[in-house]
Write a protein that binds this ligand. Structure first.
Ligand code: DP6
Length: 327
């Protein structure tokens, strides 16, 4: 059996807010790292019945199923697809763990659909562009999972986006420690969070106005191999994003006590140990992701395991673009 496998990505400079021009176009550029350890496999097959989504490992609730079936319907305006499809996915990413499972899922499903399509709408220049379009309709961050390693999502005008690989001498040196915290916190999904922020946050305009500079600075620092500058920009983009949430009506936040404990440790550890390459980021969930250079991985991982003993720790490095896997 041939699967389309796509990997998750974690944003260093965040996508948080949508343009009003067209469905699900990010309001800003963003920069991410695609990871090797977390991925989704997807497979599409023509069937005789109605569209169906089968998720191995984790059940789809009716709300999630509707999101995927509606998206599949939208994909038909981009790709020439069989009348009925069974879409099967297998995820090694803990769902809703702030590890961008929707990014790898929609990137994998878009790639799998392209494999069973008979063609694409002439609006698109290539099959790759058609895949990009349907991945975007599923999830903005899924676009970045279509590329390997460090990626910039670049807006072109208000209706188009491009996905560009950022070449950096740091590529092989970066490690990510994902800390899965033991939390039952109620989740506000990123889509809902972005909407509330755009509609009501006092800080949303400030977020949008500072963002382009953060993106340019981060790309420049990556290209020059200036990791400390990249790390500082990642933490700053993270905290600015979360500040927009706290200034929304009603306010909301993703921090839990253990998230704060970890971020405090990272900040203090850098002050104590000059040159420590450890930096944090968080997305729309309580889990914290730590980025560091390979040389500091062991020390950072050991210290964090002591600080949050109940956290499950997973390590990742740069990951590939979507590819085929047999299984
Ligand atoms: C906080 O891609 O999940 O992870 O386009 O509405 O599906 P939709 O949003 P999504 O948003 C990701 C938000 C984020 C930051 C990021 O990954 O850039």
């Amino acid at each position: 059996m041939v699967w389309s496998q796509a990997h998750t990505n974690i944003a260093l400079i965040k996508y948080w807010g949508k343009a009003l021009s067209k469905q699900n176009i990010p309001a800003t550029d963003s920069i991410s790292l695609t990871l090797d350890s977390f991925w989704t496999r997807a497979r599409a097959e023509a069937s005789t019945g109605i569209d169906k989504v089968v998720v191995h490992g984790e059940e789809l609730n009716p709300v999630e199923e509707k999101r995927v079936l509606d998206w599949l319907q939208a994909a038909r305006s981009v790709l020439t697809l069989p009348n009925a499809i069974v879409l099967e996915t297998w995820n090694n990413v803990p769902k809703a763990a702030g590890l961008a499972s929707s990014a790898s899922a929609f990137a994998a499903m878009a790639t799998a659909l392209a494999r069973v399509s008979l063609g694409y709408d002439p609006r698109f220049n290539s099959k790759e562009d058609a895949i990009k379009e349907i991945a975007r309709l599923g999830s903005g961050s899924a676009l970045r999972s279509l590329q390997a390693s460090f990626v910039r999502l670049r807006r072109h005008g208000s209706e188009n986006v491009a996905i560009e690989k950022i070449d950096t001498p740091l590529e092989d040196e970066i490690r990510v420690i994902a800390l899965l915290l033991d939390t039952k916190a109620k989740k506000i999904g990123s889509r809902e969070g972005m909407k509330r922020v755009a509609e009501s946050s006092a800080f949303y305009e400030a977020w949008l106005s500072e963002h382009p500079t953060d993106v340019e600075n981060c790309q420049e620092a990556l290209e020059k191999g200036d990791w400390h500058r990249v790390g500082a920009l990642m933490e700053s983009s993270t905290l600015k994003m979360h500040a927009t949430c706290m200034a929304a009506t009603p306010p909301f936040w993703y921090f839990q006590p253990d998230s704060i404990k970890i971020m405090n440790w990272v900040t203090e550890a850098r002050l104590k140990q000059k040159g420590l390459s450890t930096y944090f980021t968080m997305d729309a969930g309580a889990n914290v992701k730590i980025f560091c250079l390979a040389r500091d991985l062991k020390e950072t991982g050991d210290a964090l395991q002591e600080i949050v003993p109940n956290a499950k720790i997973q390590i990742a490095s740069k990951g590939p673009k979507p590819h085929e896997e047999k299984g």
